[in-house]
Write a protein that binds this ligand. Structure first.
Ligand SMILES: [Mn+2]
Length: 192
């Protein structure tokens, strides 16, 4: 089974993530930050990843950043081994609307070993300092922390009027793109 359980404790945060790549989108999320919980739940549901996240810490910035780190580590571990990343689809993208907003996410989850590539591009017209109870600047920071620990390249583009819609579309697009990219590509095994 392509799954992982990662626990990380520092002076700032205490985080546990359980991930199953081949799930159905069931989730149990509690980061103490409501909008962040809502985003991770959307990511799980639309990516069909079973996901448990339990996080707390001193500051929201630390909780969001470190959850990105632990979720990235969980993807990296779940994709490991001979039946992992090297036999996955690898590249995928999703264009996901939410009412007047639209988000595009394109991912490269890497080839053999998955150690070669990690990069984040985040271009979104987020105009307010705060989205619900999350600082807007923590959203690209989460994506970058996640990408660097998972060894993924992630490009995010979003446009729209409503900040909640733009960010929610981003998390849905990320889940859907990663669902596609992490599927097994049987033709690669035949060719190799
Ligand atoms: Mn919502």
């Amino acid at each position: 089974m392509r799954s992982a359980r990662i626990k990380r404790e520092t002076e700032e945060t205490n985080i546990v993530v359980e991930l199953n790549l081949d799930g159905t989108g069931t989730h149990e999320i509690n980061t103490t930050i409501k909008f962040f919980d809502h985003m991770l739940a959307s990511f799980s549901k639309h990516g069909f990843f079973d996901l448990m996240v339990k996080a707390d810490g001193d500051l929201n910035h630390h909780i969001i950043e470190d959850t990105g780190i632990v979720l990235g580590d969980a993807f990296k571990e779940a994709l490991g081994g001979s039946d992992g990343r090297e036999s996955a689809v690898r590249f995928a993208y999703a264009d996901i609307p939410m009412d007047e907003s639209i988000a595009r996410c394109a991912v490269d989850i890497g080839g053999i070993g998955g150690d070669g590539r990690r990069y984040t591009v985040f271009v979104a017209d987020l105009n307010k300092e705060q989205v619900e109870d999350v600082s807007t600047e923590d959203i690209p920071h989460f994506i970058a922390s996640f990408a660097s620990h998972a060894n993924f390249t992630i490009h995010v583009y979003a446009k729209g009027e409503n900040e909640h819609h733009k960010v929610e579309a981003i998390f849905k697009a990320l889940g859907i793109a990663l669902d596609k990219a992490t599927q097994r590509e049987e033709r690669r095994n035949v060719r190799d």
